[in-house]
Design a protein around this ligand. Structure first.
Ligand code: ADP
Ligand code: MG
Length: 347
């Protein structure tokens, strides 16, 4: 965990000292940010637009393992997880707050690294850090981020808008983050047995990046806007394709047919799945943390999206009574099941 040789105890700064230290260079750039860090609450002004707000909590040992996740990456990813939810509403993220519970095993330098990642994410996506809270924890690190975004009322996309015959689309490719995690866990086990052994990560940079440094797909939101396509429904893929498409079907009161051989998989995802003797489709359907967008569009928008390299049409919406199905290459129909990343029932 400690890349720095320096280890300044958190107690040397105290809570207020730490907050000052972490936030002293934070500047805001959004015109909707009236007051950022430094008062009892931030003040925001969105005029006529609607506000979306979303929170995620990440707990050490449950959502991340600091044996192989660098704190800077963790900071970056914690922000992405939230921005992805804002984009999934077809909104633009504007502000975040960051709340931390920190145990005394962490040094000031560790938390600086975490903030380095948070700052990088804010800069890249033009989002203001406008507040948070800082407290101590008895065990590990807990990070809770809230993101605020804005959209015109008519631009918002809900899970409930999919209509019969709509096309089902995904951005990017799926399953990579899950396989990246399997790779990191495998090498971590090797390391625990023999710390001198070099990790074998060569040739798998893409799936590692998918796990460690995901990007929220604001580019896809912007591309759709440019193409003048408004999705009829949308959700981000944090728990695997199966569980997300079932959310859309349930909320929209529709069914769907998803074609197995249309689901986009990267070469490295397939290669490492083969090495582990697992089906990469299972990683796409039931893995987690891809942070791609799953959305439906009217069939009349087909020509506008068909040539976009970031978008794949994987199926279509059917009637509710037909259920949500996976159609295999051989033409067999299998009901999709939500085996999502349910931490409360699994593990
Ligand atoms: P309060 O007593 O009202 O909770 P704090 O002393 O906790 O105020 O916070 C002071 C200011 O610093 C507030 O603007 C708060 O939002 C901000 N802040 C506190 N912790 C963090 C953090 N981890 N990251 C960013 N801003 C923070
Ligand atoms: Mg506080």
């Amino acid at each position: 965990m400690d890349n720095n040789t320096k280890h300044t105890e958190l107690s040397t700064l105290g809570e207020f000292g730490l907050i000052d230290h972490l936030t002293k260079n934070v500047k805001t750039q959004q015109k909707s940010t009236i007051k950022g860090i430094g008062d009892d609450a931030a003040v925001l002004n969105f005029e006529k637009n609607q506000i979306v707000m979303t929170t995620d909590i990440l707990t050490e040992g449950i959502h991340f393992n600091l044996m192989y996740v660098p704190l800077k990456y963790l900071g970056y990813k914690s922000v992405m997880v939230n921005l992805s939810d804002v984009f999934a509403m077809n909104a633009q993220p504007r502000q975040i707050t960051v709340s931390l519970a920190i145990s005394n095993k962490f040094s000031v330098e560790n938390i600086e690294e975490l903030y380095e990642g948070i700052r990088l994410a804010c800069e890249k996506y033009g989002v203001d850090l406008v507040g948070g809270d800082t407290t101590s924890s008895m065990s590990g690190l807990v990070i809770s981020i809230t993101a605020i975004g804005e959209a015109k009322k008519d631009d918002l996309t809900y899970r409930s808008g999919a209509k019969l015959n709509d096309l089902v689309c995904v951005s990017g490719d799926l399953g990579g983050a899950y396989l990246g995690l399997q790779l990191l866990e495998r090498e971590n086990e090797v390391f625990k047995v023999n710390p001198k052994e070099q990790p074998k990560l060569d040739g798998y940079d893409y799936i590692l990046q998918r796990q460690l440094r995901p990007e929220a797909r604001g580019d896809v939101i912007n591309a759709l806007k440019k193409l003048e396509v408004k999705p009829t429904s949308m959700i981000d893929i944090s728990d695997g394709l199966s569980s997300e498409i079932l959310h859309i079907c349930k909320n929209s009161k529709v069914g769907c047919d998803i074609y197995e051989d249309k689901i986009p998989l990267d070469y490295q995802t397939k290669k490492f799945a083969e090495e582990l003797s697992i089906n990469p489709l299972v990683a796409a359907l039931n893995g987690g943390e891809d942070y791609e967008l799953l959305f439906t569009v009217s069939i009349s928008d087909h020509d506008k999206i068909k040539n976009d390299p970031d978008i794949t049409i994987i199926g279509h919406i059917t009637e509710e009574r037909e259920g949500a199905n996976l159609v295999t290459g051989a033409g067999t129909t299998i009901p999709l099941q939500a085996q999502g990343w349910n931490q409360l029932s699994k593990k």
